[in-house]
Design a protein around this ligand. Structure first.
Ligand code: RTP
Ligand code: MG
Length: 142
């Protein structure tokens, strides 16, 4: 699989609960390195563009309302098999179905307010990283 990069978002509920550090700690303890990071409040245009694949789904308006409801942190994680590893750390989309010890099991309230986003494939990761970061903002880590 090799070293990959993946795009992670701490969603508005996680920022509001003041658990960004605990989430970053999960990444670091799993051996993932943060190679870019920023905090911002998404505009509706940004949120709709980022989640364009879900446009037309019944949950889309609620997803956009939630993702624009407060600041988020956006970070790029790097490591061996980072895409799948991050998805495993996150747990299932619905926190009620998320395995114990996962980020969503421990910090998420509902399928809407589910604490984190993570790219679901290498292709999505490449698109999502470019959505938020220029090449010069991605740092080399050793
Ligand atoms: P994400 O993209 O945020 O990492 O979440 P995911 O891959 O686990 O789930 P995805 O299918 O991509 O859905 C994106 C977000 O939309 C909300 N959702 N609600 N009510 C529903 O059936 C439903 N399905 C999805 C969730 O907040 C999910 O994180
Ligand atoms: Mg997804």
């Amino acid at each position: 699989m090799g070293v990959q990069r993946t795009l992670s978002i701490a969603k508005p509920d996680a920022v509001s609960k003041n658990v960004i550090g605990e989430i970053y700690s999960r990444f670091e303890k799993a051996g993932l390195r943060i190679v870019a990071a920023k905090m911002l409040r998404l505009s509706r245009e940004q949120a709709e563009g980022f989640y364009a694949e879900h446009k037309g789904r019944p949950f889309f308006p609620a997803l956009i309302d939630f993702m624009t409801s407060g600041p988020v942190t956006v970070q790029v994680l790097e490591g061996e098999g980072a895409v799948l590893q991050n998805r495993e750390l996150m747990g299932a989309t619905n926190p009620k179905e998320a395995a114990p010890g996962t980020i969503r099991a421990d910090f998420a309230e509902s399928i809407d307010a589910n604490a984190v986003h993570g790219s679901d494939s290498e292709e999505s990761a490449a698109r999502e990283i470019a959505f938020f970061f220029s090449t010069s903002e991605l740092c080399e880590r050793v």
